[in-house]
Structure formats: C-alpha cells, structure tokens
Design a protein around this ligand. Structure first.
Ligand code: GLU
Length: 255
C-alpha cells in the first residue's frame, strides 16, 4: 500500500515546543515496521515552527511572519535531524522535500516534485515533506499541512492518507466542551451540515483544525483516496489501520 501520513505539531512536541521523545520514537518505530512489511510511506510533517520555538527559547508561538520563518528554519533542521537519527536505527533513509503553493500550481515544478517523490520511493527512502515556511508568505502559501498532505496523496495516487492529530477524529460536537459529543466513525459525503461541525485548532500549537481536515478530505475523496483522522497520541493506531480495524474517522466514498 502507498500511505501518506501527516504528523501534526502537537503529536511531535510537548506544549513547551520541545520534542516528545517517547511518542516520536514509538511512531518512527511503527512507521519503520510498516516499511519493512512492504508499504510505501510518505510523511508530511509539521513541527518546524513549533520546534524552532522550543530551540530558540521563545516564550510562545510567534505571530509575526519573520519570527515564524526564523523559527521554522531552526526547527526544520531539528525535525530532520530527529527523523534521520531515529529512522537510521531501523535502517531507513529519510529525504527532505520543502515546497510551496507555487510548486503545486506550476505544472513543470509539480511534475518535477512528483518525479522526485516516485524516485525516492523506488529507492526505498522515506520522503518527509513540509511547506517551505521560510519563503512561503501569504501569496504563495498552501497554508496548512492537512491540505498539503491531501495534495501529495492525490498527486502520488496514495491508497490512504492518515492524519495524526491531537483528537480522536471528527465528533458530533466539540468534545472539549460537550460531554455528549460522539465520534463519527465514517463519513461518505461532506455536506454543509458536516462542515458546520468543524471548529478551529484545539491545541494552539499547529495551524490545522477540523476545517482544514475536511478540506483535505474533499481533495482525497475526489481522487478515490481514503482519508483517516486518528489520534497521534497513540501511534499504535497505525497498526490497527493497516489491520483494517476502524480507528478514528474514515472518509471514504460509499462502496
Ligand atoms: N509548516 C508548519 C510547520 O512546520 C506547519 C503547518 C501546519 O501544521 O499545518 O511548523
């Protein structure tokens, strides 16, 4: 299977911005095992800004663009160093791809990006993709890694996109405030009623939220790729997904 996994900042880092060592080590171990079982895995990883905040000792996530970009350039190094170090223990090789909206819109650049990705998969590497935050300002930004991950999943014709988030999936109401909120296991159609359920970002660490996840689901459903939202606090969910168990919320066309 060809699987794209999007890892959110809140899965990678503690609220302090420092690496959540136990979780990241567990996650990389499971992803390595997925590769060993013969799957092709592409990661779309957030965390550059979040980890840059930790490394630079900033008191909170910056709101101005130059500081965000500075934090991203520091954090991206830390991110790739971490992935390289941990995946190497399991004899896997990582590759960094940083792109912007321009690289997706421009046909030649999009093709170049796709060719590189395909070759990396043939070479058995694990591509790790992020937005190139140091150059991506408003005009050219994709904006969030949920959408970026869906664009990647559709361009490489992935079988599945798994979004590792800080929430178990899509709920009937906000589970942080409503004890009656129930997890929705399957979504076959994204209509206005469903969009009304989506709120903003819960953790304040990343930029995503349910709105961007539903946008990502639309892109995936349009190209026949199944998308699953599951909680990144429990990386072992990845095994359950491979075993065909129902975890989190699955967005799929009705068969
Ligand atoms: N590119 C951003 C980062 O690495 C994250 C964007 C997102 O989480 O959607 O910090």
């Amino acid at each position: 299977m060809r699987i794209v996994i999007k890892i959110g900042t809140s899965t990678l880092a503690h609220p302090t911005g420092h690496l959540n060592i136990r979780r990241v080590e567990e996650m990389c171990k499971i992803i390595s095992d997925m590769k060993n079982a013969g799957n092709e895995v592409i990661l779309v990883s957030s965390g550059a800004i979040g980890m840059g905040v930790g490394k630079l000792g900033l008191s909170c996530r910056p709101s101005d663009i130059p500081t965000k970009q500075a934090a991203a350039s520091v954090g991206q190094c830390e991110l790739m160093y971490t992935y390289d170090r941990i995946f190497s223990q399991y004899h896997h090789t990582v590759a960094q791809l940083l792109i912007t909206g321009e690289d997706v819109k421009n046909e030649t650049r999009h093709n170049n990006f796709n060719n590189t990705l395909e070759r990396l998969l043939e070479l058995n590497a694990i591509p790790v993709i992020n937005e190139n935050d140091t150059v991506a300002t408003e005009e050219i930004v994709i904006g969030d890694n949920d959408t970026l991950a869906a664009i990647v999943a559709s361009s490489v014709k992935a079988d599945k996109l798994i979004l590792l988030s800080d929430i178990d999936g899509l709920y009937t109401a906000d589970p942080h405030t409503d004890p009656q909120a129930k997890l929705i296991p399957f979504v076959h159609c994204i209509d206005d009623k469903l969009c009304a359920l989506a709120g903003g970002t819960a953790s304040g660490q990343g930029t995503g939220g349910m709105v961007t996840k539903l946008q990502a689901a639309k892109i995936c459903m349009d190209c026949g790729c199944e998308m699953i939202i599951t909680n990144g606090n429990h990386p072992e969910n990845l095994y359950d997904i491979l075993d065909g168990k129902t975890v989190g919320t699955t967005f799929t066309e009705r068969k």
